[in-house]
Design a protein around this ligand. Structure first.
Ligand code: NAD
Ligand code: DAU
Length: 354
């Protein structure tokens, strides 16, 4: 299969590219290399004949058109996005530019190329948009998990921009018949996640002797899924999903933030004890809550399990241990991302909290 992947230098996109290149699919990876895109994420496949990287923006219609015409992909999988809620609170504009306008330009450009394809290629083509459970808003403890029928109620600028992009994808299917698929996934964890997100941030702060900043009470709940499981689910939906539909992907692993941070500390206490013999839990500190902080996300993924036979392979207990170990084993990766834009942003926005 020939796939044009966008945002494939980021955390989830790079995992998908690695899986697909190693399974002999042909991949072109179009990525702008923003602060969270890291070309080193693709080191393992960069020399393979079935992989090529192009630096560019999904909102650059001319470039996307050229790639579509030259590569003639069977599918486009759109991971490209601004992905961090805290950043969207500080600076929402770029979230609209990339997640809303960028997605719309990508859809329009793909649609214009797709309408002129021969019938069989046209029918078999897929545009798969990667989205988030945050479009559904927030849950109380006693609420049932999000299903595909849960109404959208996005609360942060990030989730509002993702909800908007999902609506555009749906509209391009309804209006023009573009064969689209959408997956809405819960929180991912695993190797190569940019350390602004909870798990890598806490792991790397802990071993650097820094504070572990918990927003509010730490009772907020997320539903954690290993990134490799997510990417396997995406491939199942891409190849077997019903056109025009959405699929929820989740880990069936709801945990409070406090549980996660304590777990990371316990793992580190075992595998890399502090020199003073104390627990890393000593570094936990409670800080001002995130504005509009969603209390709980939980995914009901019965549809993808029932219709496509996918289910997560990793248990959270094993997955989190391997993940913490990965960040310890890859100091050169950590160095490669701790420069440039990220450093500047942290200094401007996170003073004293890191
Ligand atoms: P990430 O920030 O690690 O990666 C995003 C990638 O997109 C980067 O490589 C970046 O350079 C690229 N990019 C950004 N703007 C671009 C543009 N205009 N043109 C081309 N490339 C651009 O994000 P991630 O965590 O890997 O998330 C990938 C996708 O999955 C996003 O759409 C996100 O909303 C969604 N998602 C993430 C999670 C999660 O837990 N991380 C969960 C569900 C859904
Ligand atoms: O649910 C899917 C979403 O998960 C994705 O769509 C987003 O792209 C991804 O970033 C993630 O969003 P969250 O806001 O849930 O992830 P984050 O890692 O930023 O935060 C997880 C929880 O931890 C959240 O309740 C806020 C809290 N937190 C986070 C950070 C960075 C802290 O308490 N302290 C922190 O320093």
């Amino acid at each position: 299969m020939k796939i044009l992947v966008t945002g494939g230098a980021g955390f989830i996109g790079s995992c998908f590219v690695l899986q697909r290149v190693n399974s002999s699919d042909f991949i072109i990876n179009l990525d702008k290399l923003t602060y969270s895109g890291n070309i080193e994420n693709l080191n393992a496949v960069s020399d393979k004949p079935n992989y090529a990287f192009v630096r560019g923006d999904i909102g650059d219609s001319e470039l996307v058109k050229k790639l579509l015409e030259e590569f003639q992909p069977d599918a486009v999988v759109n991971f490209a996005a601004e992905s961090h809620v805290d950043r969207s609170i500080v600076d929402p504009d770029i979230f609209v530019r990339t997640n809303v306008l960028g997605t719309e330009i990508l859809l329009r450009t793909v649609k214009e190329w797709w309408e002129n394809l021969p019938t069989e290629k046209k029918d078999n083509f897929r545009l798969h948009h990667i989205s988030t459970d945050e479009v559904f808003g927030t849950l109380k403890l006693e609420d049932p998990a999000f299903t595909e029928e849960t109404p959208f109620a996005p609360n942060s600028p990030y989730s509002a921009s993702k909800a908007s992009s999902d609506h555009f994808v749906r509209a391009f299917n309804e209006t023009y018949g573009l064969p689209t698929l959408i997956t809405n996934c819960s929180n991912n964890y695993g190797p190569r996640q940019f350390p602004e997100k909870l798990i890598p941030l806490m792991t790397l702060n802990a071993i650097s002797g820094k504070k572990l900043p918990i927003y509010g009470t730490g009772e907020n709940i997320r539903d954690w899924l290993h990134v490799e499981d997510h990417c396997e689910a995406i491939y199942e939906v891409l190849t077997k999903g019903k056109v025009g539909e959405t699929y929820n992907i989740g880990g069936k692993s709801e945990r409070t933030n406090l549980f996660i941070v304590n777990k990371i500390c316990s793992i580190l206490d075992d595998i890399k004890p502090r020199e003073d013999g104390k627990s890393y839990k000593e570094q936990i500190t409670y800080v001002k809550d995130r504005l509009g902080h969603d209390f709980r996300y939980a995914i009901n993924c019965a549809k993808v399990e029932r219709d496509l036979g996918w289910t997560p392979r990793h248990t959270f207990e094993e997955g989190i241990k391997e993940t913490v170990q990965w960040y310890l084993d890859n100091p050169s990766w950590v160095e490669s991302i701790k420069t440039g834009e990220y450093r500047k942003w942290l200094e401007a926005n996170y003073n004293g909290r890191e």
